[in-house]
Design a protein around this ligand. Sequence first.
Ligand SMILES: Cc1cc2nc3c(=O)[nH]c(=O)nc-3n(C[C@H](O)[C@H](O)[C@H](O)COP(=O)(O)OP(=O)(O)OC[C@H]3O[C@@H](n4cnc5c(N)ncnc54)[C@H](O)[C@@H]3O)c2cc1C
Length: 314
Amino acid sequence: MKEKLLEICERYEMELLERVPLCEHTSFRIGGTADYWIEVGSKWGLSQLLRLFASEHIPFFVIGKGSNVLAADDGFRGVILHLGPLYQNSTLEEREAAENDPHTICFGAAVPLSRAARTAEEFSLTGMEGLSGIPGSIGGALYMNAGAYGYEMRDIVTACEYMTYDGQVHTADADALGLSYRHSRFMEEPSVILSVTVRLEGGDKAEITAKMQDFLRRRSEKQPLNYPSAGSTFKRPEGSFASKLIDECGLKGLTVGGAQVSEKHAGFVVNRFDATCEDVLMLCRRVREKVRQDTGYVLELEPVLLGNTGWERE
Ligand SMILES: Cc1cc2nc3c(=O)[nH]c(=O)nc-3n(C[C@H](O)[C@H](O)[C@H](O)COP(=O)(O)OP(=O)(O)OC[C@H]3O[C@@H](n4cnc5c(N)ncnc54)[C@H](O)[C@@H]3O)c2cc1C
């Protein structure tokens, strides 16, 4: 497998890394090593890789900024694809595009959401303020339909470009993306998201800045940002809030190994000290069981599991 990966990477000038510790690439700071990691820098190269993976049945995983991923302790026996600098541009940086439609921006999928929101702010465009503190890439945010404070990706996305696993590039309008609470069509039909187009409204720059600062302040006041985590550990169940249920069940501070239900915000499991994936999942099982017993609500994990975590066997 390595020779074939090398051949494609050399031909398309992409970096191939071996034995990459996933704990260094996930916000949870958890995970063993991935066999291979490729910095994708070419659509042609990506297309060749996807075809190779399909024909040779090579396992692979597309990672954004790793802020919603829980990786297995024994890592990943396959290839991690990470979109490189080519996917970190936006059309607003090109004057011409801005003059054509000053409310529409096309972002490369690897652009950090915080940077995308700052670009919008710079051009006095409103609609991304509540998303500005979410620590992912815009591609990952579209995959998850990320949202906060009443803002959600589905409210601003108009289209996206993506590559299906047969190496073909497609574009789709927002209506075709199946965006609902923490869900997109890409969860059922996996693809590599290449770019995301958003449409925003013209606004007052000072107001946009003030809102962004307010949301960031609220985050740091309410969330345990001093410990590694993947944000909310459980999805919001229909009719309630995971953090409220967990808090009411008296689970704040519950600890397994190095993983703990945050004392500051019950919706977060944090990596207090050298937590393993196993610690986090054992803690999640306990939380889920207690919440189900006491309230009848069944909580569902929000982070995406990478590698052989054992969770799917339940
Ligand atoms: C402190 C903290 C606070 C958070 N707050 C929020 C919040 O308020 N709201 C919220 O919704 N989320 C929140 N999150 C979770 C996370 O930041 C979001 O889900 C984010 O959108 C994930 O983006 P990412 O680039 O990190 O994706 P990753 O975590 O790398 O990946 C997540 C999923 O997206 C897929 N993916 C990523 N990029 C691509 C791509 N280019 N093509 C195809 N698939 C891709 C991956 O395969 C994976 O399945 C928080 C996380 C942390 C750590």
